[in-house]
Design a binder for this molecule. Structure first.
Ligand code: HEM
Length: 420
């Protein structure tokens, strides 16, 4: 692909198959001003890692908040204030506030909580795989990835999965992600604002309940989280922080994990012989962990997230001016041949299999990483154990992705398979 400087990641053709574009950028214009998005795309591994590690020169807070609402912030905020319990920003914040906040949110992810979960995750996964196996066909997102992750995050948070279905979460997720996705129109904004009000009112109802009735769930953990004596002058999460955090966990924890599971199904359906080879090693935890990690590297659910340059910064010889917006292209960095040998190929034996940037790096590295990895690994094990002859039921060129820059989520993945 030859670059002219006019190409934009917004282009629908690039959106559905961005990897040739990423490759050209890495090779020719590693720090590329995208004229459609008005920001710099950073595509080489070392540069992306440098941005992630440098929270002084690159602000996450500004990167998220400066263009929140895609130009319709005031109208959006007014609707939320009127009907949604308040306009509450995402907890995308810089140090020093981030340091206190992160410690409090980590209290919802204790090692024992994730470990204890494995059995329950397996039960949910097996139920859905078996239902698909009986039909011999299914949609990787609608029948599997979506419901698996929706049910798990609902149970974890303490929502009722009967009330909060995968479809409901998908609608809520779109409304939240559109605010940072850079593609929202004014019409979309009105629709999204109404959906966001519904979501917040639902969360508020649960928070009020957990204030009085502590339970064994994440909302209770967050509502009652408290730092040790002397750690910080504000040792508990404020009311708005609680709402933003529950909303953040629901959105960050659902769409991404669902997308990862669907990507895994796509890899199994398109790499000849892979599922059979893995079946012989399905009980080997090390092999399955490496397989999952390699799929996460090749097909990361999050393609790009934002920062604002606080000063002039030079990367790969190109200077990003202060105040410019930067998009860290995780997916492009994960395919950098300078970091990963034969980077476009699936190789579960590669020595640096865990070095991907899929969950970020540095102080904002994904807080839900252990839960996400566990869900994806259990899904991989049970799919490989129970299904064979997994095939795509559409032409790969017909696969479409949701219209957002942040996540790269397959909309539907029709598959056929047989019970093993
Ligand atoms: C495969 C699944 C997932 C992927 C690919 C993923 C990816 C990411 C990435 C790339 C970041 C860094 C953001 C940045 O640097 O700007 C991040 C942060 C975060 N993730 Fe995840 N995530 C996943 C699952 C989850 C889950 C299950 C949860 C919670 C239930 C979660 C909650 C969060 C939160 C709260 C942050 C912000 C952390 C901070 O700023 O300190 N994620 N995630």
């Amino acid at each position: 692909m030859e670059l002219t400087g006019q190409e934009t990641r917004l282009d629908p053709a690039i959106r559905n198959d961005p990897f040739p574009f990423y490759r050209a950028l890495r090779e020719e214009r590693p720090v590329y001003y995208d004229p459609g998005l008005d920001l710099y795309l950073v595509t080489r591994y070392d540069d992306a890692a440098a941005v992630l590690r440098d929270d002084v020169n690159f602000s996450l807070e500004h990167g998220y908040q400066d263009r929140y609402g895609n130009g319709f912030l005031d109208e959006f905020a007014a609707i939320l204030e009127r009907d949604g319990g308040g306009f509450i920003r995402d907890m995308a914040i810089d140090p020093p506030q981030h340091t206190r906040y992160r410690k409090l949110t980590e209290k919802a992810f204790t090692a024992h909580r994730v470990k204890d979960l494995e059995g329950r995750i397996r039960q949910i996964v097996v139920g859905l795989v078996e239902a698909m196996a009986a039909r011999g066909a299914g949609d990787g997102m609608k029948d599997f990835g979506g419901p698996v992750t929706a049910q798990i995050i609902c149970e974890q948070l303490g929502f009722d999965p009967q009330e909060v279905t995968a479809e409901r979460i998908a609608i809520w997720t779109k409304a939240v992600l559109d605010q940072i996705g850079r593609m929202q129109t004014r019409e979309d904004m009105f629709e999204n604002a109404a959906v966001m009000c519904e979501l917040q009112n639902y969360i508020i109802k649960h928070i009020r309940d957990r204030q009085a009735n502590r339970r064994e769930d994440m909302i209770s953990d967050l509502v009652h989280a408290r730092l040790d004596e002397g750690e910080d002058a504000e040792p508990v999460l404020s009311w708005t922080e609680q709402i933003a955090t529950v909303r953040g966990f629901l959105i960050a924890g659902n769409d991404t994990t669902a997308a990862a599971i669907v990507n895994l199904l796509l890899v199994l359906a398109t790499e000849p012989g892979l599922a059979d080879r893995l079946h012989a090693q399905v009980d080997d935890d090390r092999v399955m962990t490496r397989f999952v990690e390699e799929v996460l590297r090749l097909q990361p659910p999050v393609h790009g997230l934002f920062r604002t340059a606080m000063n002039d910064v030079t990367l790969s010889g190109i200077t990003i001016p202060a105040k410019a917006q930067v998009c860290i292209m995780y997916a492009a960095a994960n395919h950098d041949h300078a970091k990963f040998a034969d980077a476009d190929a699936l190789d579960i034996d590669r020595p640096n299999v865990g070095a991907n940037l899929t969950f970020g790096l540095g102080i904002h590295r994904c807080v839900g990483i252990a839960l996400a990895r566990m869900e994806i690994k259990v899904a991989a094990q049970e799919i490989i154990r129970r299904l064979k002859d997994i095939k795509l039921a559409i032409d790969p060129a017909e696969i479409t992705y949701l219209p957002t820059l942040a996540t790269h989520t397959i909309e539907r993945l029709p598959l056929t398979f047989a019970r093993r």
